[in-house]
Design a protein around this ligand. Structure first.
Ligand code: PXP
Length: 245
């Protein structure tokens, strides 16, 4: 049976524009409200250690004012784990974080970081927060995520989106294989990063992927046609791809 594919809308870059000037506009919490009205299934926000876009008060307001489940993306640090335990979002996604990068440039090295990650995953699991690990589509990383007790992995789609032609097809095959492997070892599988109207269909067609998290393209597209229109178009492309073989 075809599983439902959820759309999590990442609102980080509404905060990027706000922070470019200081002040309060545009408001990422208003963007979350618009996303809810346009049929998003969840809101994703990355509280980076340098607070370059989302700030602590945004997380508080997203928890207090928005009914959709919040997926809090964060580095695996004690500070971020404490914030998650304080706010108890529906989900938390551990991502690698480097100050010099412009966005999350690769997946977590779960194998190399296993001793660091294990207690932090356990702390969030114990609090009832659904933990996911943002990783490259690599079976060894998936196996390690499973061994550490993470119930969910999010596959990094950046290399697939950046590639062209045959290279893109090869990257897609890596994601297809990783999603099948996730299912075979009992991990829930999500995907995201860099997806746009052109690249979303092939990922949405992978039946074992149940959630996509999409931000930058939607916020950019909102400049031209509004946020609700961009989200509705993305949703309809996801649904059409999902239903076609
Ligand atoms: N998923 C994760 C784990 C991410 O770190 C990001 C980027 O913050 C996204 C999804 C969304 O990527 P994009 O903004 O390129 O759509």
């Amino acid at each position: 049976m075809t599983q439902t594919l959820r759309l999590g809308v990442n609102i980080d870059h509404v905060a990027t524009v706000r922070n470019a000037r200081g002040g309060v506009d545009p408001d990422p919490v208003r963007a979350a409200r618009e996303a809810a009205a346009a049929g998003a299934d969840g809101i994703t926000a990355h509280l980076r250690e340098d607070r370059r876009h989302i700030i602590d008060d945004d997380i508080r307001r997203l928890c207090d004012e928005i009914d959709l489940p919040l997926n809090l993306e964060m580095a695996a640090t004690d500070e971020m784990v404490a914030i998650a335990l304080d706010h108890l979002p529906h989900a938390a996604c551990f991502v690698p974080e480097k100050r010099e990068e412009r966005t999350t440039e690769g997946g977590l090295d779960v194998i190399g970081g296993r001793d660091h990650l294990r207690p932090r995953i356990e702390a969030l699991n114990a609090a009832g927060i659904r933990v996911s690990l943002f990783i490259e589509p690599d079976p060894a990383q998936l196996d390690c995520a499973r061994a550490l007790g993470a119930p969910v992995v999010e596959l990094h789609t950046g290399a697939y989106c950046d590639a062209r032609g045959e290279l893109r097809a090869a990257q897609l095959m890596r994601i297809v294989a990783a999603a099948a492997h996730a299912e075979s070892i009992g991990l829930e599988c999500h995907a995201g990063h860099g997806l746009n109207f052109d690249t979303v269909g092939s990922i949405a067609r992978i039946e074992t992927i149940v959630e996509l998290n999409i931000g930058h393209f939607l916020i950019g597209e909102a400049i031209f046609g509004g946020l609700q229109g961009a989200i509705r178009e993305m949703r309809s492309r996801m649904d059409r791809a999902r239903l076609s073989p």
